[in-house]
Design a protein around this ligand. Structure first.
Ligand code: FDA
Length: 502
């Protein structure tokens, strides 16, 4: 405890030379707890027993980030970087084990600069996805970007782990379109694509947040969208044959034209087919009747709008507006329900009788839900080693499992057990050796780092690393050894350095 005290005092006095005092918060400051809570999305990581930061630093420019890293290293205090705070395991603001750390909260670094002429944008990590989409929509009605659905997700964590949403079949992952990045490394250097080197630039784009340093901003390529898109949401209940329609969907959805994505949210006894089509209702109708007649889709299901209008419509509902994409405040209601999530990839269609069992399990008390995102199209056209994100050709769809509970009525033990049992039940039907998982749907049940000699072990990290990254895990560990051989930037699932661990 004494040495913790010394290192934290040293951190503060070191920082005072380079960062205005009002940007550094200690637990005694009245703003500390509201700031800590401001982007927490899973309140199960905001309890009296949560291991919280000693400080929160809110940099407003790159030199503040450089100073925080240098002071952190000098005084032996680790840093956890937070952009949007949506990490499923809360690793951007809490530690699993007792540890002294500071949170570097990037929420003040959130500018978005769109160059519509060049079809590019620079976006700071602290921006939320909604702010990026909004700025693109303001600059052009025919440009878009393929990232996640939830507008409050932070660009920093999202791009670090890959990022996919309704444009995934047309344009693949967010990281497939990152063309430059600005990084503060463990030596406090400010690097870009050329100065960080090609291995590190490769690793940043999907190799997971925290591991390689602090990414301050990203340059992305923007992509064409038509002036009009069509959205639909068609529910099919179990009694209407949901198990049959989902069974068919597995074959159809990954093979549809790239302009069309139909994802499914399966909850209780209903499968909700949610879609974005890059074109008009007139163009969509014949595709649906020839390719997916089982859905009994018709003209009254179509909602035509601009791409930017479709973003809030799909995630926030039909009453939302484009301006809602800019809303950053965490509703207090977020603090009423905790959740547990995990993921799978399906490479062979799941048989009809297994779907019948799945629907039975989803109808149990305290059951969770499944979100099925179909692959194929451009996400599958990128080679597995082109980026760290390896779940490409051959994947039919991604599954996300989620289960929620009211924080007022329990600690989520029952719902968490349900997810774990359901995940075990699904094993025969999903990818294996490794059982693939999506880094951005982080799950510590898949494994945690083991620190040996003050460095995370490469061997131990394989357990979770190969699930997220398959054969790219070792190359990520080699990039880590180049940029942060001492493993300063680390958490429970950060990439271990390869060279140091043998
Ligand atoms: P957060 O700030 O918690 O960071 C996540 C991780 O990255 C942490 O380890 C953190 O230390 C590190 N990190 C953050 N910023 C960094 C930076 N600038 N430099 C280096 N490391 C950094 N995903 C998806 O692909 N499609 C989707 O549609 C959705 N939808 C969705 C909805 C909701 C409600 C949630 C909670 C999450 C999603 N996600 C998602 C998952 C999301 O992509 C994932 O949680 C991201 O990591 C969140 O990024 P944040 O910046 O918000 O998280």
């Amino acid at each position: 405890v004494a040495s913790q005290g010394n290192s934290s005092d040293a951190f503060l006095s070191c920082l005072s030379a380079s960062i205005p005092r009002q940007l550094v918060f200690t637990p005694s400051s009245p703003s500390f707890t509201p700031l800590l809570k401001s982007s927490i999305r899973n309140p199960k990581f905001f309890t009296p027993s949560t291991v919280r930061p000693l400080y929160i630093v809110t940099p407003t420019n790159a030199s503040h980030v450089q100073a925080a890293v240098l002071c952190g290293r000098r005084s032996g205090l680790r840093i956890r970087v937070r952009s949007g705070g949506h990490d499923y395991e809360g690793l951007s603001y809490r530690s699993v084990r007792a540890e002294a750390f500071a949170v570097l909260d990037l929420s003040s670094l959130r500018s978005v600069r769109v160059d519509a002429q060049a079809a590019t944008a620079w976006v700071d990590s602290g921006a939320q996805l909604g702010e990026l989409y909004y700025a693109i929509g303001k600059a052009s009605s025919v440009l878009g970007f393929p990232g996640g659905l939830c507008p409050t997700v932070g660009v920093g964590g999202h791009f670090s782990g890959g990022g996919f949403g309704m444009l995934l079949r047309k344009y693949g992952m967010a990281i497939d379109h990152v063309i430059d990045a600005v990084l503060v490394d463990a030596k406090g250097r400010l690097l870009n694509k050329n100065t960080m080197g090609s291995d590190v630039f490769w690793a940043l784009r999907g190799g997971g947040g925290e591991s390689f340093g602090v990414v301050l901003s990203w340059q992305v390529k923007l992509l064409p969208v038509p002036p009009k898109v069509t959205v639909f949401n068609v529910p099919v209940t179990a009694s209407q044959g949901a198990a049959d329609v989902v069974t068919r969907w597995q074959q159809i959805a990954p093979a549809l034209p790239e302009d069309l994505i139909i994802r499914v949210v399966v909850q209780q006894k209903t499968a909700n087919f949610q879609s974005l089509f890059l074109g008009t209702c007139d163009a969509l109708l014949p595709v649906m009747s020839s390719r997916f007649p089982e859905l009994r889709f018709n003209r009254s299901d179509c909602r035509e709008m601009t791409w930017i209008q479709s973003v809030p419509y799909i995630y926030l509902g039909s009453a939302s507006t484009v301006e809602d994409l800019l809303n950053r405040t965490t509703a207090e209601s977020v603090f009423s329900s905790g959740y547990k999530a995990t993921s799978d990839y399906v490479r062979r269609a799941i048989p009809r009788d297994a779907w019948a069992s799945i629907f039975t399990k989803l109808a149990q008390p305290n059951a969770g839900l499944m979100i099925l995102d179909p692959y194929g199209g451009q996400i599958a056209a990128v080679p597995e080693s082109a980026t760290p994100y390896p779940h490409r050709a051959g994947v039919l769809y991604n599954i996300q499992y989620m289960n929620f509970w009211s924080m007022a009525s329990g600690d989520g033990a029952v719902q968490t057990r349900w997810i774990r049992e359901f995940y075990a039940f699904m094993a025969p039907f999903v990818s294996s050796s490794p059982r693939e998982a999506y880094f951005n749907y982080r799950d510590l049940d898949l494994g945690e780092n083991v620190v040996v000699g003050n460095v995370s072990s490469f061997q131990a990290g394989m357990v979770w690393g190969q699930k997220y990254f398959k054969g790219n895990y070792q190359r990520l560990a080699m990039a880590k050894a180049q940029i942060d051989p001492d493993d300063y930037f680390r958490n429970e699932q950060s990439i271990p350095p390869f060279a140091n661990s043998r």
